[in-house]
Design a protein around this ligand. Structure first.
Ligand SMILES: N[C@@H](CCC(=O)N[C@@H](CS)C(=O)NCC(=O)O)C(=O)O
Length: 211
């Protein structure tokens, strides 16, 4: 049994959670905040969420976790069988993370009512324009982001764009999904997956103020 540590507001957490759901793997969730406490750093070396606890030990970093899940339970597959096609999915995920998600993240303050400095907004406009152009060269969005097969890139990208899209809009006036041919329709298609619907419902419940 896998224990998933993290919180439903995290896009990385939801990428792992929806992969577990897609694969029908048994898991339990333990609400965990990012932390620099020594005890948590022993589980997740940068103190970030998510991390998973397995029979073999703890594992952090979303991409590594997604690969582990694929190896631990190959069906239903979230990667193609062909080695080159698998590598292309990883290339896409890594490109979205490095050149879109991590750039847009610098502006996430606006999503939570905080001020983002004008120079940061200018950086975002420059770097996101370049990043989404790179992703556009790799993404197919027809019907899925890597092409014919649904893969963990769809999950990773869906949750990344859930925050990157409003950050790009609010900080730099960019429509990231709109600049990917078929991007908006792809996003809506992924939102129809049962795994995503469940994670969105859990996220909405976590956002509700407790009475
Ligand atoms: N590279 C990490 C990134 C995970 C990440 O940035 N998680 C955020 C929450 S969405 C976090 O823990 N932030 C706290 C921090 O950066 O210290 C991964 O792939 O899992």
């Amino acid at each position: 049994m896998i224990t998933l540590h993290g919180a439903p507001l995290s896009n990385y957490y939801n990428a792992v959670k929806t992969a577990l759901l897609e694969k029908g793997m048994a898991f339990e969730e333990v609400m965990t905040r990012p932390s620099q406490d020594a005890a948590y750093l022993a589980q997740s070396a940068m103190g970030k969420i998510p991390c998973i606890q397995t029979d073999a030990g703890y594992l952090a970093e979303t991409h590594a976790i997604l690969d582990f899940l694929e190896d631990a339970q190959p069906t239903p597959a979230l990667l193609p069988a062909d080695p080159f096609a698998r590598a292309k999915v990883r290339e896409l995920v890594q490109s979205i993370e490095l050149y879109v998600e991590l750039v847009a993240r610098r502006g996430y303050g606006t999503l939570f009512g905080r001020e983002v400095a004008p120079e940061v907004k200018a950086e975002l406009a420059r770097d996101l324009t370049k990043g989404i152009a790179a992703v556009g060269k790799l993404a197919k969005c027809s019907p899925w982001i890597a092409g014919d097969a649904f893969t963990y890139a769809d999950l990773f990208a869906y949750w990344a764009f859930a925050l990157a899209q409003p950050s790009g809009q609010q900080n730099a006036g960019l429509d990231l999904l709109g600049s990917l041919p078929g991007g908006q329709a792809w996003y809506e298609r992924v939102a129809e997956r049962d795994s995503v619907k469940r994670a969105l419902a859990d996220q909405a419940a976590a956002r509700k103020p407790r009475t």
